[in-house]
Design a protein around this ligand. Sequence first.
Ligand code: ZN
Length: 377
Amino acid sequence: MQPENQKSNQERRIPGCVGSVLVFGVPVRFHFTFWLVVVALIVFGAQGKQSAAALTLYISAIFGSVLLHELGHALVARRYSIRTLEIVMLPIGGLARLERSPRAHEEIWVALAGPVVNLVLAGLLFAWLFLTGAPLLPAAWDEITDESLLPMLATANLILAGFNLLPAFPMDGGRILRSLLSRFRPEHEATRTAARIGMGMAAMMGLYGLLALNPFVIFIAFFIYVGAVQESLASQQQVLIRGEKVRAAMITDFRTLDHGATIREAANLLLSTPQQDFPVMTSAQVTGLLTRTALLRAMATEGPDGYVAGAMDRGFGRVSPSTDLADALPLLSGNNSCALVFDDDRLVGLLTTENLSEFLVLREIGNARRRSQAEDL
Ligand SMILES: [Zn+2]
């Protein structure tokens, strides 16, 4: 894709993040719940025998390990020319958001990279402990001292690797399983099977959490269950449209606004056409996109005499007609209901969520018709 895509893509990020750093060129953001957990860990952990400094060091090192895990995914994804939009640090771990989902044969390596990082870290730490003759395993929880730092860190990395290798969506293990399954069966079946295994494991884990009265296990089980359902839906959708190009689903009959147009003129167009989002032109160049939401907001704040140029979004999503629909999908996530389709520098269409879902429905009906005709023969 063109650099402009990347710029506008980057703006589409998970809300609720506080603070960000750039690591190996990948933006790392911290969700506000992440900080809550850090504070809680330090407050509760301060009751042990560890010094506050050692405890803080330990917690930072754990999150460092999680971050390195995510960077493992990001760096292998980069090998397949998949950019990482951002890494979001959540209380339950990290989340590397990729520009597009990896193909089945790429996915196994991208998914393996994270747990492998933790295994290598654990291996190095255990090797160091072994060579220096220090105890390999941490003492019991209430016996923890500052000397326990390295064994605890080594064990934590082992647990991180093991937990992420559980063959359950959305864990890395679930992706590895899906990737392996898809060598023997169609991708959507592989996804469904992997998702079912994930939901089954989450249900068992949840049951165990209830019986053992362990809220933490219940929380993790719930997280895995929701993740499995979401992943399954998202990838079913991706599989449905794989192979289709943006060209097939885009709106080619559309209206544009001049950048000197008023909000009133834009509102009239919104009422008189089925269109919701309008490209804004400065002579022959597209300079922005006025979405329905932005139009309504401008109507409320600036009134009908305001100008569209002040309300339009300059960081709109761009795709080319030959882009795979599955790859264009991330542009239509969250608040973004429309992306503009450019052939070189010429605006040739709009890709909207409504149009995309109509395209999918029509395609499904077409497929069903073909199936029933094949059965009649
Ligand atoms: Zn991972």
